[in-house]
Design a protein around this ligand. Structure first.
Ligand SMILES: Cc1ncc(COP(=O)(O)O)c(C=O)c1O
Length: 382
């Protein structure tokens, strides 16, 4: 008996769907409803006093629940609304007009991040996006070769959203630091399904969010910044919550807080943090190691079944190179996905990749088998 299956009763949607889409939207924990009710109760009964009774500090206290998942220390991860905002804050820490104005990224990065980087071009940034040779993977040496003395920032996804390919963050960070550059790692597709330790990896910044493997629902992204950089980084994308004394309401240039609150901006998204905490707590209770062990076993099972059925697998087969998703390049993938959704099998489809299928800690082996069997059924019916 798989002990992780005991968690199934905590996720109502598992009772009537085959939920294989946690790389996109993790299932809602039952306790998230209680947390949201707690939010409205506090709003109703404590009113404005709620700010000093916990709401104001929630970007940090909620961030601590992420910190323990990604290996950050207490107070080192803070909450924002989403990754795009976090990436924009990171980019705004640098002056792109000088000699060190190159931003190295690659073809596997999430498009939203790309849009932000290209926006920096009008400030003088030179964006170097290393193309993926096959749209799915990124040879490490090719990426490392692009990182040079002109580089200010290197931005990579730990696990690529399109292919679930795992990048070697330690080697990328080592190379960046050798030439005096910094690294921002997007952990959205890794944290909660793959062990990550930002301190051991020595990355300078990390971003991610609540929606996917962390089962936190929308509206809660997180930003980690290496503690020894706090005193030297002054993000231009800022706001009054980043001020040393926000309630002094001083105008003029900001006097940044000494803590990670210096990377915040305006009023935090309090209800989203209430709903997100439930998922973060559950991942902390389980621990990422058993989640990864199960994920490796079930993604292997998925690939074996796909091989038997003759569906091309577009995920790396080596365990250390594959994240939690298996991508199947099934003929007519978009239409097959629509039919799967109609049959209550929740997956998604990405162009130039295929059907993305992700078991999570709450998935049974029967669900993995059922998903592949239903794809075969739909494909053969066509
Ligand atoms: C790797 C990665 N980064 C970023 C995002 C988007 O982040 P946000 O919507 O929080 O800006 C996604 C969402 O799919 C993603 O997979």
């Amino acid at each position: 008996m798989d002990p992780l299956l005991a968690w199934r009763k905590e996720f109502p949607i598992l009772a009537n769907t085959t939920y294989m889409v946690s790389h996109s939207l993790g299932a809602m924990p039952r306790r998230a409803s209680d947390a949201l009710a707690e939010f409205t109760d506090i709003w109703a009964t404590r009113g404005i006093r709620a700010w000093e009774e916990g709401w104001w500090d929630m970007p940090v206290t909620t961030g601590d629940l992420i910190g323990s998942i990604i290996g950050a220390g207490q107070g080192e991860a803070v909450m924002h609304q989403n990754v795009s905002i976090c990436q924009w804050i990171v980019a705004s820490c640098f002056d792109w007009r000088g000699r060190r104005n190159k931003l190295v990224t690659d073809g596997l990065n999430f498009p939203s991040n790309d849009y932000i980087y290209h926006g920096l071009e009008r400030q003088g940034a030179v964006v170097c996006s290393v193309p993926s040779p096959d749209g799915m993977t990124m040879p490490l040496e090719t990426l490392l070769a692009a990182i040079d003395e002109q580089t200010q920032l290197v931005s990579v996804s730990h696990v690529a959203f399109r292919s679930s390919y795992v990048q070697d963050l330690a080697s990328i960070t080592r190379r960046a630091h050798e030439v005096g550059a910094m690294v921002v790692a997007d952990l959205y597709q890794s944290s909660g399904t793959l062990p990550v330790n930002v301190r051991e990896l020595n990355v300078d910044f990390a971003t991610g969010g609540s929606v996917k493997w962390l089962c936190g629902g929308p509206g809660a992204g997180y930003l980690y910044v290496r503690r020894d950089l706090w005193s030297v980084l002054e993000p231009a994308a800022t706001g009054w919550q980043a001020h040393r004394q926000p309630f002094a309401f001083e105008g003029g240039p900001i006097d940044f807080a000494d803590s990670a609150m210096r990377f915040l901006n305006g009023t935090p998204n309090v209800p989203a943090m209430y709903s997100a905490r439930s998922g973060f707590e559950i991942i902390n209770e389980i621990g990422v190691e058993p989640i990864r062990a199960k994920s490796l076993r079930q993604t292997q099972l998925l690939m074996d079944l796909a091989d038997e059925a003759g569906f091309p697998v577009r995920t790396c087969r080596q365990p250390h190179l594959r994240g939690g998703v298996v991508i199947l390049d099934v003929p007519g993938g978009r239409e097959v996905t629509k039919e799967l959704l109609r049959r209550e099998i929740l997956v998604d489809y990405r162009p130039n990749a295929g059907i993305r299928i992700a078991p999570h800690f709450y998935t049974t082996d029967e669900e993995v088998k059922y998903t592949v069997a239903q794809i075969s059924d739909i494909v053969s019916a066509k």
